[in-house]
Write a protein that binds this ligand. Structure first.
Ligand code: GTP
Length: 474
């Protein structure tokens, strides 16, 4: 086919929706998540503190026989939750986030300093912890890893809340996540693979989970820049990031938990546990790939449907030529090029002669066949890059990019000649054509009006001929 609508027509069609069928995420999602993370941290910390206050072991340890969260750690989580809520204006006190974050950071740093210098802290003896004492640890002292976690959480809130510090905050929040994941994974693997209770990581399981929540909450509270840009993007990439990042991050912990259950409680041998872990890892990876593949497949099919629909709405069903809507888009693109890049173009308006007679004599179906053959004729008479279109009824239009007035007349004469020699069904069919070259500042409808006037002059002069339009009005 000779017509190439797209290259000449930079913007007549609406761009494809980037997210066809894909649920999108926007700023409110981040806001909601941060609020939930803040409230979650504070509630969990309150439950642990109640556990210490009323000596309810289950509230301090979550899992039977596991480590308890120290009261000072619960207090730090309470403050970290408050900092997050302040960031999202749920608790709108100016400077509160920075202040409480500084306290959280200090709790972590002083615990680390006390570990390094063998000093004791007041919080070491707030509540007696028989489990810690039984394994020779200071009763109220958090583990080193937990202390590093709080130092980092504190740093997050103290850093300036603006570009380029957001990138630093992202890295620090990722370190908090790394601590959480290491603690979660080692909880399972140490117990599950060695089957020795005393080797269990000193980071309590719920401490690790709260670090995970705090790290994610901070990431969600940061603007959609750097690493977080794709997570917030209303695109396929954004959807994959939002759906898969967390499961992927939690995978080592889930595998660890599985190892723990299989090794400790089901008493599987180490070889069986490791083989099962390998199988589960491969299965999880395959599952993630399968999900992404499904998503891509669905998106591609949806896009293909949209493109097909769009093409249908720009194509004339009878002749297969671009229709009036496509013509309007194409001419608008050429008018822009004429105005801004001084690229000339010309328009031909064609009308079949005495087509009513043809229809009356040979019937409407034969008339349709003439219209179809007209499309073929135009395609073979034109250069690639020219745009023939069905303008309506038995009227056609041709856009000739980079064409001056004299050349447009030559093309029109060639078409008239093609009509004369074409072997039509029934009897000969002729055409009348009006030509017009676009003026520098001429609007599309003015150009069409001039070409139309020339076409009717050709009809009036006896049909089967070409008439050139008058020059455009200045
Ligand atoms: N078969 C067929 N006929 C069509 C179609 N669209 C328009 N027509 C016919 O085209 C004819 C146009 O007739 P007129 O506008 O009177 O013009 P004409 O008979 O071609 O005469 P001049 O233009 O003056 O040469 C009408 O009979 C329409 O029914 C179509 O899709 N199929």
């Amino acid at each position: 086919m000779a017509y190439h609508l797209r290259p000449m027509n930079p913007s007549p069609r609406k761009p494809l929706p980037a997210t066809a069928g894909i649920p999108s995420l926007s700023e409110p999602w981040g806001r909601t998540f941060v609020r939930r993370a803040g409230v979650g941290l504070m509630l969990a910390a309150a439950v642990v503190l109640l556990g210490w206050q009323f000596d309810v072991v289950a509230l301090r340890t979550v899992l039977p026989g596991a480590n308890s969260m120290k009261p000072v750690a619960a207090l730090a989580f309470m403050l970290a939750g408050l900092a997050l809520l302040n960031r999202r204006s749920v608790v709108p006190v100016p400077g509160l986030c920075r202040l409480v974050s500084a306290v959280v950071g200090m709790i972590g740093v002083t615990s680390l300093l006390a570990d390094a210098s063998d000093l004791s802290l007041p919080s070491d003896y707030w509540y007696p912890d028989p489990e810690a004492l039984a394994i020779g640890r200071i009763a109220g002292r958090m583990s080193e890893l937990t202390a590093i976690g709080f130092a980092l959480l504190g740093l997050l809130g103290v850093l300036p809340d603006r570009s380029p510090w957001w990138r630093v905050q992202q890295v620090v929040a990722l370190l908090v996540l790394a601590i959480a994941m290491f603690a979660l994974a080692s909880f399972g693997f140490q117990g599950g693979l060695r089957s020795e209770r005393s080797d269990v990581t000193p980071v309590a399981i719920h401490t690790a989970l709260l670090f995970l929540l705090a790290g994610l909450g901070w990431l969600a509270s940061l603007p959609p820049k750097g690493l977080m840009r794709v997570v917030h993007a209303p695109s396929l990439g954004g959807l994959v990031a939002r759906r898969l990042l967390l499961p992927a991050l939690l995978l080592p912990s889930l595998l660890g938990l599985f190892a723990r259950v299989a090794g400790d409680w089901l008493a599987w041998t180490q070889a069986t546990v490791v083989s099962a872990l390998a199988l589960l890892s491969a299965g999880a990876l395959a599952g993630l790939i399968w999900w992404v593949a499904l998503l891509l497949d669905r998106l591609e099919r949806e896009r293909a449907n949209v493109v097909a629909l769009r093409d249908e709405s720009h194509t004339d069903a009878l002749t297969g030529l671009p229709n009036r809507r496509a013509f309007d888009g194409a001419i608008a693109g050429l008018v822009q090029g004429r105005r801004h890049a001084d690229r000339s173009f010309a328009l031909l308006m064609l009308d079949l002669d005495r087509f009513k007679d043809y229809n009356d004599t040979y019937g409407h179906l034969a008339g349709d066949e003439v219209l179809r053959q007209t499309a073929q004729l135009l395609s073979s008479a034109l250069r690639p890059g020219d745009v023939p279109a069905r303008y309506g009824g038995e009227e056609f239009a041709v856009l000739l990019p980079d064409t001056e007035a004299a050349e447009a007349v030559r093309v029109a004469e060639r078409i008239v000649q093609y009509f004369r020699v074409w072997s039509w069904p029934g009897r000969a069919v002729t055409v009348s054509i009006g030509t017009a070259a676009a003026g520098r500042e001429e609007a599309a409808d003015a150009l069409v009006g001039r070409a139309d006037a020339a076409l009717y002059a050709a009809k009036a002069a006896g049909r089967d001929r070409v008439m050139k339009a008058a020059a455009p009005l200045k």
